[in-house]
Design a protein around this ligand. Structure first.
Ligand code: ACO
Length: 325
């Protein structure tokens, strides 16, 4: 029995030049490097320059992913971009990426699932590729959260950063076995009862303004590990794999304590966990492809490795993806 799988051909990322350290934040607001590192593991984050938009970060990441895949942009027929910080209310930031890459066939759209945006985008593209609707997809996570932070709220502004990451997926026939390359399973969840625990207090239909990010940090923390591990157990069950089989765990990079607790609960060895939250902060939908790009570039993630991805964020939304690189 053969199966069509979405195989990763390449990945890439882009970070704005400006780095904002904890020490620099401590000079502006009542916080300290020690507090931020101890509670979150974050040491610095990148901040987009004036005039540098989410689309600019996404275009750079997309170009890097295409170069890594060694393919021409013209062969892409689907772009799915996860973001909660689009350039404009509409059109989708994905069409700005499409235009910059000189593509005018196929489809490009944004998807909004906050920090789970990349997992939701990956699952969406995977489903389109497996049905044969499209052949090659760019899946992008790109954010400029610095634009929706209340820089006077020390409880949130120390947590987030800007950046973008992308992967190129191709529909390929595979034997239909656990050893297949490509995306083996994805699991998506949402529960809107939690929508007020992490939200932005503005929007085109409600306030006609962009608004600022608001969060009940403790409430998010309380739910995170359980939700993350639940969807990972779903991935294990669907594929008959266990934590032992995982070569690399590339979680959403929100908080080192959440990542450590999730890996511990799942019995995933610490040396298999890819951590970039110290350098990037929480870049929402961009954090997983940013971390993937680091681990591919430094030679950790190699062809044939079993890679486990997960995310949880506003909504709440949460999800997992298991793939063989
Ligand atoms: N620097 C110094 N002190 C601070 C800061 C800061 N940046 N922020 C808050 N504090 C203070 C508070 O005012 C409070 O002081 P008080 O006791 O005098 O009132 C004290 O620290 C404790 O505040 P809490 O909010 O209870 O701190 P907590 O230990 O819960 O840590 C944190 C806060 C880091 C936000 C934690 O709740 C957390 O990590 N939550 C998960 C949130 C998260 O990761 N969100 C990302 C988006 S969701 C996702 O991606 C999964």
């Amino acid at each position: 029995m053969t199966a069509t799988r979405s195989v990763v051909l390449g990945c890439g990322s882009y970070l704005p030049q400006q780095i904002l350290t904890n020490a620099e934040l401590a000079a502006r607001i009542d916080t300290s490097d020690e507090w931020i590192v101890q509670r979150t593991g974050i040491r610095q984050r990148h901040i987009a320059a004036e005039g540098e938009f989410t689309s600019h970060l996404a275009i750079n990441a997309a170009r890097a992913a295409l170069a890594d895949a060694g393919i021409d942009a013209q062969s892409i027929d689907l772009i799915v971009l996860g973001t909660s910080t689009p350039d404009h209310t509409f059109p989708a930031t994905a069409v700005a990426v499409q235009a910059a890459l000189g593509i005018n066939h196929g489809a490009a759209f944004d998807l909004q699932a906050v920090c789970s945006g990349f997992i939701f985008a990956l699952a969406t593209a995977d489903n389109f590729l497996r049905t044969g609707a499209f052949k090659r997809a760019l899946v992008i996570g790109a954010e400029t959260f610095s634009r929706i932070l209340d820089w006077n709220d020390r409880g949130t502004c120390v947590l987030f950063g800007d950046g973008a990451g992308a992967v190129v997926l191709e529909a390929q026939p595979q034997p239909g076995e656990a050893s297949d390359r490509g995306i083996l399973t994805t699991h998506l969840r949402s529960d809107g009862r939690h929508k007020s625990k992490l939200y932005v207090d503005g929007g085109p239909s409600s306030t006609r303004t962009v608004g600022y990010l608001r969060m009940e940090g403790r409430e998010v923390f309380k739910h995170a590990v359980g939700m993350i591990t639940d969807v990972i157990y779903d991935a294990f069950k669907a594929t008959g794999t266990t934590a032992e089989d995982i070569d690399w765990f590339v979680p959403h990079q929100a908080n080192k304590r959440i990542i450590d607790a999730s890996a511990h609960k799942l019995h995933i060895a610490p040396q298999k966990v890819v951590l970039t939250v110290d350098l990037h902060g929480n870049t929402s939908a961009a954090s997983i492809p940013l971390a993937l790009a680091v681990a591919v570039k430094d030679g950790r993630v190699k062809k044939g490795d079993l890679v486990l991805l997960e995310a949880m964020g506003g909504g709440f939304t949460w999800g997992s993806a298991l793939l063989r690189w």
